[in-house]
Design a protein around this ligand. Sequence first.
Ligand code: AMP
Ligand code: GLY
Length: 423
Amino acid sequence: MKVLVVGGGGREHAIIRKLKESKGVTEIHATPGNGGMYKDAKTVSIGAKDIDAIVKYAVDNKIDYAVVAPDDPLVLGCVNALENVGIPAFGPRAEAAIIEGSKVFSKNLMKKYGIPTADYNVFSDANKALEFIKTAPIPTVIKADGLALGKGVIIAFTREEAIDAINSVMNDKKFGSSGDNIVIEEFLEGPEVSVLAFTDGKTVKPMVSSMDHKRALDGDKGLNTGGMGTIAPNPYYTKEIADICMETIFLPTIDAMNKEGRTFKGCLYFGLMLTKNGPKVIEYNCRFGDPETQVVLPLLESDLLEIMQATTNGTLDSCEVKFSNDCACCVIMASKGYPEKYENGFEMVIPEDIEKDVYVAGARYENGKIYSAGGRVLGVTHVNETLKGAIDGAYAKVNKIKFDNAFYRHDIGARALLATEEK
Ligand code: AMP
Ligand code: GLY
């Protein structure tokens, strides 16, 4: 079976590597992929948002099954467009991808169906938002409605910061039209957990839980990034909490989407906060997380293509989704200066014996060598029986990679390790 993966980051590389293990896969194409994937897929320079070109490529190359990984093409209807030409695809159709595409939609969905989340108000008028904030409890959280590359969330610890945030999102249009509407919501506290789940719109099969590290610097300091590293499983996510989440969040969400006529198929990402009052949804994503995928999929023992096809065909209930009991840690090697200004074009030398555990997020290929191209560049994963072993192993691999402009956090998994030891 010829498979096309839409997207080009480390998450897509992890999906491609896992698909290579699937019995039914004969060829993997990636649009656009990146230069670091040259041993694993045929990369084609078509942007992930260029839906027409993706569909044409898929038809011309007789693609049997497509996997649409990033949020943008999903929200823009890439799955709908592929289905229209008879190519089945993994991921939600646009009408379901709105669960990530619009925070106003997802907040209203949760309120309507009683799914636990932070209290909130929606504003389309900046003056009304500014009036509201005069008396709102502080800290508070301000979210642009639409997609904003993971940067549309501002946590304001003072009233002045909240006013600045409203002005920059609604009046100065910092995130363009994504900020036409905003959500102002209650500030929640507690450990955060990412749970990715396969679903065919009837059955939900959660994957192993994980923990992201969003801040750029050690000790959770510095700016928010797309994610500087992950560990799995997340020690805060006990069996008891998992059962509560299934009953109060996962199944009710699938049910709510069906009732709205927006059946969700694919991977639904639950960003959860474990508060004193129980688990609450911080955000939904309509796709695999990045870099959560780089720790979750290496632990998957079942056939990824079969699972993906089962979500498309509505047969997930009879499909095995099994994870190993091991732990995984992924350390992101970024370009110095990320997430702000950084330089590209540095040669990266990855020893052959660890190549299979390095997921390339941004690279250019030239004459058998790869050069950095992007903010987040490599994800280095290690799997071990213990979390400590996984963390130590990931950093040992990082130390073997030659990449002059590299910058990474030194404490990925440290908090999780403390939580494990406290138990
Ligand atoms: P998001 O872009 O929705 O993933 O949000 C980015 C980060 O902002 C989350 O990972 C949380 O750490 C934080 N965050 C979002 N909403 C809230 C909230 N209501 N209370 C506290 N922190 C939040
Ligand atoms: N790592 C967070 C995300 O993929 O949105």
